[in-house]
Write a protein that binds this ligand. Structure first.
Ligand code: ATP
Ligand code: F6P
Ligand code: MG
Length: 320
């Protein structure tokens, strides 16, 4: 193998740059030429492909976003468009592709694999919703961002004896809500993986007040409903002087945490090691602190991400 390429796709996540750096540096150390593809699958199909040099990677480990840029490019679900992408890769003499992205991006890599083009997926999304790994790159940074925001909201909630409903990201998964909710001592964490009872939530707030805790914090995952909609429901069960907040895209940016930088470095280096061993068609992950690589087709077609819903029980035991 002489030449490989790397792209980032889907919503950006902090640590993607560290992963591109790791793939590139590990590849260059092994004597490979490494190409960067700009704008995800869109850039692939358009042939926006450039050779990366060592200096291109300088300082990237500490930066948020993705310097290769990203794109949502639904056209890539069409076979004819996928084949155009493969033509571009072949035209550039590229023998394997590393895709850094979320579950959607993994499906793109799966399609390329099915067409016979060697592709490896590295999990990069704040949502932590990919099967085959306990953690994705960017999740830890997003959780820390949400936690800091929730701490700040708790301060003003306490001062004004208010109830805050804070919506965090995660698409269909409750992972960011669970981790940030526990980290800031939320009174309730509402996730798409489990039903909730609005009366029970109202009762928690009332009980808090009866026992001298005049403010409450409810963390809701976006996959359940918006903070505004939840507030409307809650308002029908009492006057809690509530405020609804959507944290939004601040969770996607910022300098990656050390954990995300190290995870990205491990994943990128491991992807290149596997390619050098002649392997491919794989989804990389970390399970019980060990790096793992699974068949990407089997991973996506037969497995689901399992949110650790027991974290909600933990929060219920520990809350006020
Ligand atoms: N079924 C599919 N087949 C081929 N390509 C796909 C498929 N689904 C998604 N993709 C490609 O992957 C890109 C990214 O997917 P998506 O927008 O779902 O984000 P993601 O990778 O899941 O990341 P995140 O959820 O963190 O935003 C899509 O814009 C499209 O180009
Ligand atoms: O940035 P966009 O395209 O609005 O997408 C937002 C979505 O992307 C994510 O930030 C990452 O998948 C989700 O948590 C969120 O639902
Ligand atoms: Mg996704």
């Amino acid at each position: 193998m002489k030449r490989i390429a790397v792209l980032t796709s889907g919503g950006d996540s902090s640590g993607m740059n560290a992963a591109v750096r790791a793939v590139s540096r590990a590849g260059m150390s092994a004597g490979l030429e490494v190409y960067g593809i700009n704008y995800g699958y869109k850039g692939l199909v358009e042939g926006d492909i450039v050779q990366l040099e060592p200096l291109d990677l300088d300082g990237r480990i500490a930066s948020g976003g993705t310097f290769l840029h990203s794109a949502r490019f639904p056209e890539f679900a069409e076979e004819s468009v996928q084949l155009k992408g493969i033509e571009q890769l072949k035209r550039h003499g590229i023998e394997a592709l590393v895709v850094i992205g979320g579950d959607g991006s993994y499906h793109g890599a799966l399609k390329l694999t099915k067409h016979g083009f060697n592709s490896i997926g590295i999990p990069g999304t704040i949502d932590n919703d990919i099967p085959g790994t306990d953690f994705t790159i960017g999740f830890d940074t997003a959780v820390n961002c949400a936690t800091e925001a929730l701490d700040r909201i708790n301060d003003t909630a306490r001062s004004h004896q208010r109830t805050f409903i804070v919506e965090v990201m995660g698409r269909g998964a409750g992972d960011i809500a669970l981790w940030s909710g526990i980290a800031c001592g939320a009174d309730a964490i509402i996730i798409p993986e489990r039903d909730y009872d609005i009366q029970e939530i109202a009762d928690i707030i009332v009980r808090n007040k009866e026992h001298g805790k005049e403010h409450s914090l409810i963390v809701i995952a976006e996959g359940v409903m918006s903070a505004d909609d939840f507030k409307r429901q809650l308002d029908e069960h009492g006057d809690f002087d509530s405020r609804a907040i959507t944290l939004g895209h601040i969770q996607r940016g910022g300098r990656p945490t050390a954990k995300d930088r190290v995870l990205a470095s491990l994943f990128g280096d491991y992807a290149v090691k596997l390619l050098l061993e002649g392997k491919g068609g794989l989804a990389i992950g970390i399970h019980n602190n060990e790096l793992e690589a699974h068949d990407i087709i089997d991973t996506l077609e037969n497995h689901k991400h399992h949110t650790d819903v027991a974290l909600q029980d933990l929060n219920n035991r520990l809350r006020f």
